[in-house]
Design a protein around this ligand. Structure first.
Ligand code: G16
Length: 543
């Protein structure tokens, strides 16, 4: 067995997006594509010889083959040890947990998150640093630069490693330790939440349903919800991870998690429902016949954080991505703690958490988490809600309405237009921008434009600046419309329109968000010339 140096030519399209490099499986399968990107990562991070790496993925198609390639390249690079999840499985938050717990140099996570899988689906790869979080932009930019200049990569010439049993193996001078993917994570969850209170709640007849969407959280849900918390078998549905997610789209929202939605809106619905995505970092929370908007979920968790043992001492600060509603800002103001507004992408929260400035973070894109790891964490959010429900003894709907009565309601919705031709989407954005000088002061029915800008962010910890993070149109009454192009799609462009209005009047809190936001939705359509430029009459997904 020896190290092979393979001559290669660079690919021009290996620029990581919002969360790592995501492409169709067929592209990753093309000769040298994966290897080039992995070599670019290794060359960029310059881990000292003998370092330890974490490796795992969401089990989607190509996960197993990619892991074998990366193990052999890690051995050729000179890593001393790789901790790899059994069967190649590690949820994204579990990978973050393992990196932090064992103080490894970093980790590689294989996932295209909520994007569909299978031979015709998507695959993805991202590097997480030693704090357990996604590499910041300066590292992803450097990886991209390196990928454009590669002339060769190095790989250990050896048979595949057996990954289906826990144990230690050697690959040249490197140890491959196959670890149980669930245990470390489950222990961390037990240290944060009141498992006794949740057990008592469930024993008392509280019914819940967790949809793992045939993605990575199945084994985590079975272990934590059913075995450790005593929920009856069958609580976790679609709990077997499948390489194509059973043909589904593992995105926990009202459109794609329709099986759960039908259960939660059906007759005899359980008290609580939740779903997670491909790699386990997203969450959707439902009550009986009731949807919890992710922005509200973050605000409720912040307001009730002290009910969970891991957060009993309080919260240092909170952070949300710019398009996320300002509901959590109101909680922070009341608690007298700082609230940070970052660009979209969990990587922007890492510095704030490392510096101790924030404890809780969240995004409208069904992501919530805390400084317990450096990724958003789907099951963590589910357990936080169960902890709150156990302590408050109220229904999900009652908790949300009580929250709105206390803080007012930030009525919120996101409209996605998926798979648009790139030039049509760019045209919409350019047209919007071209109006920015003349818009301030203009009136549209009841709304007067206060400002418009292209959001940019200066990291308060390291001073790095990120520009071009979304077009904002703010109105005098505090309402806003944000336009952004997704950085995670792999087919054409996805245009996201985020709509938000503040409603202090409790008499109007029961209103459906689409009705309450109808005026802003119409303004967004007019200002963007969306229909004319894209030919689309309706969004693909509304959340
Ligand atoms: C990723 C990022 C999130 C981001 C989301 C949507 O989530 O980690 O921070 O909010 O994408 O990004 P975009 O609007 O650019 O598509 P995930 O769950 O896909 O890793």
């Amino acid at each position: 067995m020896s190290i092979k140096t393979v001559a290669t030519t660079p690919f021009s399209d290996q620029k990581p997006g919002t969360s790592g490099l995501r492409k169709k499986v067929a592209i990753f399968r093309s000769p040298h594509y994966l290897e080039n990107f992995v070599q670019a990562i290794f060359d960029t991070i310059a881990a000292p010889q003998g370092s330890t790496l974490v490796l795992g993925g969401d089990g989607r198609h190509y996960n197993r083959e990619a892991i074998q390639v990366i193990l052999k390249m890690a051995a050729a690079f000179g890593f001393g040890k790789v901790l790899v999840g059994q069967g190649g499985i590690l949820s994204t938050p579990a990978a973050s947990c393992v990196i932090r717990k064992y103080h490894t140099y970093g980790g590689i996570i294989l996932s295209a998150s909520h994007n569909p899988g299978g031979p015709d689906g998507d695959f993805g790869i991202k590097y997480n640093t030693g704090n357990g979080g996604p590499a910041p932009e300066k590292i992803t930019e450097a990886i991209y630069a390196r990928s454009k200049a590669l002339a060769n990569y190095r790989i250990f010439d050896a048979p595949d490693v057996a990954l289906d049993q826990a144990g230690s193996f050697t690959l040249g001078g490197m140890v491959v330790e196959v670890i149980d993917p669930v245990t470390d994570y489950a222990e961390l969850m037990e240290s944060l939440f009141d498992f006794d209170a949740i057990r008592t709640l469930i024993r008392g007849g509280f019914r819940l349903c967790f949809d793992a969407m045939h993605a990575v959280t199945g084994p985590y849900g079975h272990e934590i919800l059913e075995r450790r918390l005593g929920a009856p078998a069958g609580t976790v549905i679609n709990g077997v991870p499948l390489p194509d997610f059973g043909g589904g789209h593992p995105d926990p929202n009202l459109t794609y998690a329709h099986e759960l939605v039908e259960i939660m809106y059906g007759a005899d619905a359980p008290d609580f429902g939740a779903a997670s995505d491909g790699d386990g970092d997203r969450n959707m929370i439902l009550g009986r016949h009731f949807f919890v908007n992710p922005s509200d979920s973050l605000a409720v968790i912040a307001a009730n954080a002290r009910l969970a043992p891991g957060y009993a001492a309080g919260v240092a600060g909170v952070a949300r991505s710019m398009p996320t509603s300002e509901a959590v800002d109101r909680v922070a103001a009341k608690l007298g703690i700082p609230c940070y507004e970052t660009p979209t992408g969990w990587k922007f929260f890492g510095n704030l958490m490392d510096a101790g400035k924030v404890t809780l973070c969240g995004e409208e894109s069904f992501g919530t988490g805390s400084s317990h790891v450096r990724e958003k964490d789907g099951l963590w959010a589910v357990l936080f809600w169960l902890n709150i429900l156990a302590k408050r003894g109220q229904s999900v709907e009652k908790i949300i309405h009580g929250h709105w009565a206390e803080y007012g309601r930030n009525v919120y919705s996101r409209h996605d237009y998926e798979s648009l031709p790139g030039d049509a989407a760019d045209g919409v954005m350019a047209h919007l921008k071209s109006q920015f000088t003349e818009l301030p002061g203009k009136r549209f029915d009841a709304w007067q434009v206060k400002f418009c800008d292209d959001f940019s962010y200066t990291d308060p910890v390291d001073g790095s600046v990120s520009t071009g993070q979304g077009l904002r149109i703010g109105f005098v009454d505090g309402s806003r419309i944000v336009f952004r192009l997704s950085g995670t799609g792999t087919e054409g462009a996805t245009l996201r329109i985020y709509l938000e209005a503040f409603e202090p009047d409790t008499a109007k809190h029961h209103l459906d968000a689409q009705l309450a936001l109808a005026g802003l939705i119409a303004i967004a359509g007019d200002l963007s010339q969306l229909r004319a430029r894209t030919g689309r009459e309706q969004p693909t997904v509304i959340t």
